[in-house]
Design a protein around this ligand. Structure first.
Ligand code: NAG
Ligand code: NAG
Ligand code: NAG
Ligand code: NAG
Ligand code: NAG
Length: 441
């Protein structure tokens, strides 16, 4: 499961104040154009995690991880950035000399301050490998790869907490908006490495990952070399046939070169009315169906299968602490708002039903034969009915091995079926390899 974070829906739209364009042409700005949401910030945890300092972490092969980055992109202006939280919970950025830079922040500065330290690691020429080693464990880590330069900022909140303000894939006015970039996410700790690809928010520069370690060699190949332009033409075809703004999910630079495709939930954060009636009839049909017969959700946990039925307008499930109102388009695409927002007081049944119900909507399997048990249908049935999440459908088509989350609960699968998360883990990693520019074969 991807830890969902609230996007300030409408906040970006309010700042942009311009109407939708096809596709969106980015206008990179400066620090004043940053739109700081929890999605693009990393907060230090140093104050709450001081205990970690007292007890040194056990040693593991992941502690000083070797990373190799292969250039399959035919460009010589590529930079790598490594950011995250070090073992003490402070923000760290890897410098080109191989040590951590730890920004301290100045609590007198209330506006974001650009990081001017040299935190860009140049990638070698086409068809060469650039290798480096992390100085320590890293959590909430990201390895960013950019065809050009990315700009990072720090900001100190009124509470005194220092945050790293990272490039935003969604804000067309972000200072790094006209750069083609992508990232992989990783955490290393005494348990080893967890690393993943994610297209939950966008598809940008193609990156693939491989981990070698005590579990052997594992890969997630990522999207193909020209995936962004292929996805954009498939989305444009879909817009012509169903009149929805799929084509507007694409962003280009001022010369018309495709940079990235943003997910529908992120597009809705820019244009809150987008897709607003897209799911309405489908949701009504689902509600009507499960007023007549039960929807059985397999919690895949101790609660086993639970039956859900619609009455008085809500879907309610046996053993669940509360019911579900009909979801809006933004709820279905984002899986973290409306009926799909999970509260800390929700019980285990509710927490198991939200991912399975939201995945069933995104994949449009609820009205198919067999769709009355969720999850149960295999992936060949996903996205076969309309409306559906065509972003997710098309992104999976351009993943070389079908792996990599394209919506938040893309890891929901029936028992015994491997999920498409693109998450790799190993208890004793020897090397993480990243391939830039699409798979080599
Ligand atoms: C913050 O401002 C105060 C008062 O002007 C000054 O004494 C202090 O040195 C400043 N702190 C930093 C970190 O610049
Ligand atoms: C990817 O890995 C990071 C770091 O371990 C984690 O915080 C994040 O939730 C993961 N994302 C997904 C989509 O699994
Ligand atoms: C759930 O619904 C199905 C289909 O109507 C039914 O066969 C089953 O007995 C129900 N389960 C429970 C626990 O009520
Ligand atoms: C429907 O569910 C929502 C959310 O749990 C709740 O606030 C509302 O009271 C419910 N409505 C009915 C008619 O039960
Ligand atoms: C998805 O698959 C990955 C890799 O096999 C695994 O580590 C992860 O736990 C799985 N996620 C879920 C929710 O089953």
């Amino acid at each position: 499961m991807r830890t969902s974070q609230e996007l300030a829906v409408g906040a970006i739209a309010a700042i942009l104040g311009h109407t939708s364009a096809i596709p969106i042409v980015v206008h990179p700005g400066g620090a004043n154009d940053l739109v700081i949401t929890s999605q693009d910030t990393l907060d230090e945890t140093i104050s709450v995690n001081n205990a970690i300092k007292a007890a040194p972490l056990a040693s593991n092969a992941a502690e000083k991880l070797s990373i190799s980055v292969y250039n399959n992109f035919q460009s010589d202006g590529i930079n790598i950035y490594v950011t995250g939280l070090g073992p003490n919970g402070d923000i760290v950025c890897l410098t080109s000399s191989g040590s951590w830079y730890t920004p301290v922040g100045n609590s007198n500065e209330t506006s974001p301050q650009e990081i001017t330290e040299d935190i860009a690691i140049p990638l070698g020429d086409y068809e060469t490998t650039t290798s480096f080693t992390l100085p320590s464990y890293l959590s909430s880590g990201r390895i960013w790869v950019a065809n050009g330069d990315l700009t990072f900022y720090t900001v100190v909140a009124a509470t005194g907490v220092l945050s790293l303000v990272e490039p935003s894939a969604v804000n067309p006015d972000d200072p790094s908006a006209d750069v083609n970039w992508g990232f992989v996410e990783l955490t290393t700790d005494p348990g080893g490495i967890t690393v993943n690809l994610s297209y939950v928010d966008f598809v940008g520069l193609p990156l693939g990952i491989e981990v070698q370690g005590s579990d052997g060699t594992q890969t997630a190949l990522g999207v193909t070399a020209n995936a962004v332009s292929s996805i954009c033409s498939a989305l444009a075809t879909k817009s012509s046939s169903n009149g929805q703004p799929w084509n507007e999910l694409c962003m280009t630079d001022s010369s018309g070169n495709f940079l990235r495709v943003v997910a529908p939930s992120d597009y809705i954060s820019l244009y809150p009315d987008a897709f607003d009636s897209y799911w309405t009839d489908y949701v009504s049909q689902v509600w009507a169906q499960y007023e007549k017969v039960p929807l059985t959700v397999d919690t895949q946990a101790s609660a086993g299968q639970v039956n859900c039925t619609v009455s008085s307008g809500n879907l309610t499930c046996a053993g669940d602490n509360r019911g579900y109102v009909q979801p809006a388009a933004s709820d279905i695409f984002g899986c973290n708002s409306g009926p799909f927002a999970i509260e800390s007081t929700d019980n285990a049944v509710h927490q198991a039903i939200v991912p399975r119900l939201c995945a069933a909507f995104d994949r449009s399997t609820l009205l198919l034969s067999g769709g009355n048990v969720q999850p149960s249908l295999e992936s060949s049935y996903y996205y076969t009915a309309s409306p559906t999440n065509y972003y997710s459908k098309i992104v999976h088509q351009y993943e070389a091995d079908g792996k990599g989350y394209a919506f938040a609960y893309d890891d929901v699968t029936p028992d015994g079926v491997l999920n498409a998360s693109g998450l790799l883990s190993d208890p004793n990693p020897t090397v993480l390899t990243i391939t830039v520019g699409g798979p080599t074969s």
